[in-house]
Design a protein around this ligand. Structure first.
Ligand code: ADP
Length: 238
């Protein structure tokens, strides 16, 4: 399990400022939600932690190791994307195994991990199907399964439920909370949905205009908003 620390992190895309002076300590096992409107920098922050975006200024450490000494492939964090990002020509089992071959996990261990993740996510019956033969909800389970089998130090979720219908979104949200209880792993979860943030988070980090507007427990930010923006954003329905 990873502790993740950002200190004075900033980022520009060309002349456009995207992240300004973000400092944040995420404890091992904590479920932190990045909540904010579209364009506030949530995904960019997540991608920097994953190593998919560079950092212009400041420092990022994962388990005490500075990011410049950690190539993306060595961070052992698992990202789950909104659009699932499954390989269409591979079966579910092959999709789940794919990332493990690169990190040299033995074939029998790969089999055990896939079986265990499939059991947790109740997708055992789908292992030989291809993504085109799955519903959206089933695809997202496979994407989560592909993350679980990596046994990552941290899970990074980028709006994982936003392509699901409301009922499935609510159910999957509960299942993700149960998954966090079960695995006790560090999770960072990006969303613009206040209900998701309130129900999932140990701590909510509210982003607005490239910077942290407030962070605290769901009760804290709801009951004691630090600004008019937080009061309006947290208090109003998605
Ligand atoms: P959020 O996840 O909160 O919607 P993003 O992190 O995706 O926000 O984007 C923050 C800002 O950075 C937006 O203004 C977006 O247009 C810009 N941005 C994101 N990725 C790129 C990129 N690769 N090149 C240029 N601008 C980008």
């Amino acid at each position: 399990m990873a502790g993740i620390a950002l200190s004075g992190v900033s980022k520009h895309f060309g002349a456009v400022e995207v992240i300004r002076d973000v400092s944040l300590d995420i404890q091992p096992g904590e479920l932190v939600v990045f909540l904010g409107p579209s364009g506030s920098g949530k995904t960019t922050l997540l991608r920097m932690i994953a190593g998919l975006e560079s950092i212009d200024e400041g420092t990022l450490t994962i388990d005490g190791v500075r990011s410049e000494n950690l190539a993306p492939g060595r961070r052992n964090v698992a990202m789950v994307f909104q659009n699932y990002a499954l390989y269409p020509h591979m079966t579910v089992a092959e999709n789940m195994a794919f990332g493990l071959r690169n990190i040299r996990v033995a074939p029998d261990v790969i089999g055990q991990r896939i079986a265990e993740a499939a059991r947790i996510l109740e997708i055992e019956a789908l292992l030989q199907r291809r993504p085109s033969q799955l519903s959206g909800g089933q695809r997202q389970r496979v994407a989560i399964g592909r993350a679980i089998v990596k046994e990552p130090k941290a899970f990074l979720f980028d709006e994982p439920l936003s392509n699901l219908d409301a009922a499935l979104r609510a159910r999957t949200r509960v299942e993700l909370a149960e998954l966090h209880q079960r695995l006790k792993s560090t999770m960072i979860y990006v969303t613009h949905d206040q209900v998701e943030a309130m129900t999932l988070a140990d701590r909510i980090v509210i982003l607005n205009n490239c910077r942290i507007e407030q962070m605290g427990s769901p009760v804290d930010v709801y009951a004691r908003p630090a600004s008019r923006f937080v009061a309006t954003f947290v208090g109003s329905p998605a």
